[in-house]
Design a protein around this ligand. Structure first.
Ligand SMILES: C[S@@+](CC[C@H](N)C(=O)[O-])C[C@H]1O[C@@H](n2cnc3c(N)ncnc32)[C@H](O)[C@@H]1O
Length: 239
């Protein structure tokens, strides 16, 4: 089957191969074995011993870049399956020589091949697809299944940040956090109405700006993920 790819996309893919801050491993490289920097991102790639924070489903990487500029003593890695989106953040970091940024083009489902136990301090989930209906269990990034996956590399009691325009995703994740007695550090269903935007470092993502223009409220949840117990899934609701 012929797959049509726009010219812009192709040239971005080609250009991205020249960036030393982007990793695009083949399926075989991560499906059956561990990625070369697993457990060693700080020492071998960033060449420091700083903490690591991930942005999952990073799109153009606004948090990866924005936080890296604010916190030069922390390493940030953005992960997304869409190369033409990653290109925007990767190009900026590459041109501006921002040293504490990397991007990985892969499916989040394979993330365990990239990071070892206790390697990550925090995870940002920035406007993940809410994955309604049948997709929920397989693809929603805050299900018990995904949180259990994150625990394999997140430090004990590490922090998860969720920003979303979706009340369904927000309420679902809040319910999951309450059910599992996770420590909720912050919750708001109207970030820009109720709170000081500095809480989220004043950074707005590409999708977020569109949602705000369309009149959606932005929800934000920050919670800790301990390791000691199994994570339970909330009873299935209508979504
Ligand atoms: C709605 S967009 C949000 C992008 C960006 N965070 C923003 O706020 O502008 C969701 C992003 O998650 C990525 N994504 C969704 N599921 C993914 C998965 N399983 N693995 C990797 N990326 C995924 C998509 O490619 C897309 O870029």
């Amino acid at each position: 089957m012929l797959i049509r790819v726009g010219k812009g996309k192709l040239s971005k893919f080609e250009e991205m191969k020249t960036f030393d801050n982007v990793f695009q491993p083949d399926f075989e490289e991560v499906f059956t074995k561990d990625f070369k920097y697993k457990s060693h991102w700080a020492s071998r790639y960033f060449k420091n011993n700083h903490p690591i924070i991930l942005e999952l489903g990073c799109g153009k990487g606004e948090y990866t870049i924005g936080l890296a500029e604010r916190f030069p003593q922390v390493n940030f890695i953005g992960i997304d399956i869409k190369g033409e989106r990653i290109w925007t953040g990767a190009k900026k970091a590459y041109l501006e020589k921002i040293p504490n940024v990397a991007f990985i083009r892969t499916r989040i489902e394979f993330i365990n091949s990239f990071f070892g136990q206790d390697e990550v301090d925090e995870i940002w989930l920035t406007f993940p697809d809410p994955q309604l209906k049948k997709q929920r269990n397989k693809k929603r990034l805050t299900t018990a299944r995904f949180l259990t996956l994150y625990r394999k590399f997140l430090k004990d009691n590490g922090i998860i940040h969720l920003k979303t325009d979706s009340p369904i995703l927000f309420e679902y994740t809040l319910e999951l956090a309450r059910l599992n007695q996770l420590t909720i550090e912050h919750e708001t269903n109207d970030l820009y109405g109720d709170e000081n935007p500095e809480l989220v470092y004043g950074i707005k993502t590409f999708y977020e700006k569109q949602f705000i223009v369309e009149g959606f409220k932005i929800h934000y949840l920050k919670f800790r993920l301990p390791r000691e117990k199994d994570i339970l899934e909330p009873a299935k609701g209508e979504e």
